[in-house]
Design a protein around this ligand. Structure first.
Ligand code: DOR
Ligand code: ZN
Length: 476
């Protein structure tokens, strides 16, 4: 082979969603140029010896909150993307509940500039759906959002849940744009009603947060989302599925042909409401809540089978003091996750909860497919981006908040032993993390290039745009 490479990785075990094999890899100009025996690799500017390590397609986390602009005391694109790199994550999709939120092209452009300047991993940026920004949805697609976020359930940022009328019209618009809408599937009127009743009854314990958002809150919102998606042909993604009761509904709507994908989070597979009353258990407060231990089994099984398509993190950093409060109702919701997903999930794989190949599918291939990146990302193959996560499956570590790169030094996984650790993060042929050290300059990260399949609207003749023309800007 005559060409030189920028990077060669030798003697690793490559894991794809369908195969596991010994190989070396070469990368040049950001893409994989060779896969084969070490002796077949070209000379390279940099070589990594991956003996004893596994090489996975770069982990894609479709659900992180990096908080910038507006809440940089919790996180920013520099700290958040370093946390991702430390965790073995090569691409993140960032949520729009920042200040300002990404509700129009101006908000998108502001955030895009910050990410371009600071991120060391690749990224996509979500736009938000609100009652009054339907006229902004197509311009946001044109500008380059990876997809949209719909907050049915109230959470950090207090973005109001749009009316059902606005949601249905938004889905009509999205069905023609073809981009996917990620949905926080909780019913806000019910959760607000229950929270108020519980407070008035003097209920202020950690478990009361979970009871305010009891299972039906999630099941109803999931079902409505799928019904609207079926009617309009919009593509949807259910974020942070927490609830075993949702699983038959997911199966039903997938079987009906709704283009719905689903993610769960490590905390729903590993933590339980029963742990919330122990000292420090209040850290687990998040939306949707972490439920009874009995729900872990069905969720793990659904993940192993692929009914739940993918794993994400809902990386939701807050300062430790924001996670504290007089009662559970005063404590910020969410906690960091982008750094701990890989070790937690590798540990579950080591216990036999699912295979390593299934993990690769759920953490890289499935997210890439759902959001139109597959081919460039989500796989290890010639011409694909050289995005790779190097892991040491035998390495034992103990998780702790103190070790996090995130500004939110809080973790419900404090003291947990894990088996399996990310030791290298390669983004487009460049190591951004090696052996726990960040090795890239701010700004190495790029916005991902997306190619969604052709839009597939349904009932288009009844869409409001067909009946009345494009959705006007508010006040028009
Ligand atoms: O607990 C949560 N925190 N759930 C969410 O959906 C959002 C997140 C945040 O932004 O803090
Ligand atoms: Zn979130």
């Amino acid at each position: 082979m005559s060409e030189t490479a920028d990077l060669v990785i030798t003697n690793g075990t490559v894991v794809t969603e369908t195969a596991t094999f010994e190989a070396s890899l070469a990368a040049r100009d950001g893409v994989i140029t060779a896969i084969g025996a070490a002796s077949e690799m070209p000379p390279a500017a940099e070589t990594i010896d991956a003996s004893g390590l596994h090489i996975l397609p770069g982990i894609i986390d479709v659900h992180v909150h990096f908080r910038e602009p507006g809440m940089t005391h919790k996180e920013d694109w520099a700290t958040g993307s370093r946390a991702a790199a430390m965790g073995g994550v090569t691409t993140v999709f960032e949520m729009p509940n920042t200040n300002p939120p990404v509700s129009n092209v101006e908000g998108y452009t502001l955030k895009r500039g910050l990410a371009d300047e600071k991120s060391i991993v690749d990224f996509g940026i979500y736009g938000v759906i609100l009652d009054d920004n339907l006229a902004d949805l197509a311009p946001l697609a044109e500008a380059g959002v990876i997809g949209y976020k719909l907050f049915l359930g109230n959470t950090t940022g207090n973005l109001p849940c749009p009316s059902d009328g606005a949601i249905l019209e938004a889905f009509e618009i999205l069905s023609r744009l073809g981009k996917r809408c990620s949905i926080h599937a909780e019913n806000s009127p019910i959760l607000f009603w229950r929270e108020d009743r519980l407070k008035r009854a003097g209920r202020y314990d950690p478990v009361d947060h979970v009871l305010s958002r009891t299972d039906v809150v999630a099941v109803e919102a999931l079902s409505k989302s799928c019904v609207f998606a079926e009617w309009t042909g919009a593509r949807i993604h259910i974020v942070h599925e927490s609830c075993a009761s949702s699983l038959p509904y997911i199966r039903f709507f997938k079987d009906k042909g709704v283009d719905v994908t689903v993610e769960t989070l490590p905390q729903y597979l590993l933590l339980a409401l029963e742990d919330m009353d122990r000292p420090g258990g209040h850290v687990m407060r998040m939306n949707p809540p972490i439920r009874e231990r009995a729900q872990q089994g069905p969720l793990r099984q659904a993940f192993a089978e692929g009914l739940i398509d993918m794993i994400a993190t809902d990386h939701a950093p807050h300062l430790p003091e924001e996670k504290d409060g007089a009662t559970i109702w005063d404590m910020a919701c969410g906690f960091p996750g982008v750094e701990t997903q890989v070790p937690l999930m590798l540990s579950l794989a080591a216990e036999g909860a699912f295979s390593l190949q299934r993990y690769v599918q759920a953490s890289s291939a499935a997210p890439a497919r759902a959001f139109g990146l597959y081919g460039t990302k989500g796989l290890i193959a010639p011409r694909a981006d050289a995005d790779l996560t190097l892991v040491d499956l035998g390495r034992k570590e103990v998780l702790s908040a103190e070790r996090l790169s995130s500004r939110g030094k809080v973790s419900p996984f404090e003291g947990m032993s894990v088996t399996g650790w990310p030791v290298g993060t390669i983004v487009r042929g460049k190591a951004v993390m090696r052996d726990g050290e960040i090795t890239a300059e701010a700004g190495w990260g790029q916005e991902v290039r997306q190619a969604m399949p052709e839009p597939a609207p349904r009932n288009a003749e009844k869409h409001l745009a067909t009946l009345c023309g494009a959705s006007p800007a508010p006040g028009q």
